[in-house]
Design a protein around this ligand. Structure first.
Ligand code: RIB
Length: 291
């Protein structure tokens, strides 16, 4: 079982030709509401590939939250541990898609209601997993609690340090893999507590350039296939979900990175964070050049 502990957001997406300047009003070319949030996106990426996955997180007791729970269940993702909370609303992400990229403002809402105490009550679900995946759209102390439970139970952990926050030095021994993008990796390595040895845990995504990782002090690169970009939102989440899935399936690091890089490339060919996430069959066809 793969367990994703993280955020569930409703993405409010506006498409526009170019980014507005401060104080400027522009006419956009489209608006859509989609399911998002780094945690749930990664859970959907695993599920689309055929993996068994459970989600741990919080939504509001509002229509967004109810719709999200229903949707995840329909997708075959266990929501036994997706709690509706009453004191705050479901997380939202306001996304502007422009100039071949995106910018995002997240209002965490219910995602910040996922406390270490709540995690304590879900200890068994974490302990029984083979792989746990985390991001940083939930409180840092909650991420720490999950890492501790995973460590105690020899569960493989993947931390996607997004949005970036400094990683406390005592976390490193509890992290099996860390998956920053190139900007997050630069910030990670600037930290005074960062040690050369931690590079061995690092799988760095670098957009259309692909992925870089280190083994025994040597640097390895996996290049990304060229695709027609429609929307890059969720490419990192597709990578992380696919990385967890193929690792869990027993593939080695090189194979896992190749599959995950191709899955992320495919994901940007469609609109929305989850819209382009491939099934296993779609991914295999793509990698065999039959797309
Ligand atoms: O990684 C993309 C995601 O970041 C979006 O779905 C949005 O909800 C934000 O969490």
């Amino acid at each position: 079982m793969i367990t994703i502990v993280g955020s569930l957001n409703i993405d409010l997406i506006t498409k526009v030709g170019c980014y507005p300047k401060l104080g400027e009003t522009l006419l956009g070319s489209g608006f859509q509401t989609k399911f998002g949030g780094k945690g749930a996106n990664q859970a959907v990426a695993v599920r689309k590939l055929g993996g068994e996955v459970q989600m741990i997180g919080c939504v509001g007791s509002d229509s967004y939250g109810n719709d999200y729970r229903t949707y995840l269940q329909k997708e075959g993702i266990s929501i036994d541990n997706v709690e509706p909370v009453t004191h705050t609303s479901t997380g939202t992400a306001t996304i502007i898609v422009a100039e071949g990229d995106n910018s995002i403002i997240v209002v965490p809402g219910a995602n910040f209601a996922l406390t270490p105490e709540m995690i304590e009550s879900k200890k068994d679900a974490i302990a029984k997993s083979e792989v746990v995946v985390l991001q940083l759209e939930i409180p840092m102390e909650t991420v720490e609690k999950v890492l501790e439970i995973a460590k105690e139970n020899n569960v493989t952990t993947i931390l996607n340090p997004a949005p970036f926050q400094s990683i406390p030095s005592h976390w490193w021994e509890m992290i099996t893999y860390i998956t920053p993008n190139e900007h997050e990796a630069a910030q990670l390595m600037k930290d005074v507590h960062f040690k050369e040895a931690y590079k061995e845990k690092m799988i760095m995504t670098n957009g259309s350039k692909g992925v870089l990782y280190y083994r025994n002090g040597k640097e390895y690169k996996i290049s990304a296939p060229k695709v027609q970009v429609v929307d890059t939102t969720g490419a990192g989440d597709t990578f992380n979900g696919a990385f967890a899935y193929f690792l869990h399936e027993g593939y080695n690091l090189e194979e896992t990175c190749k599959f995950a890089t191709s899955a992320a490339s495919l994901s940007v060919t469609k609109f929305g964070a989850q819209g382009g996430m491939p099934t296993l069959e779609e991914l295999q066809k793509f990698m065999n050049g039959q797309h």
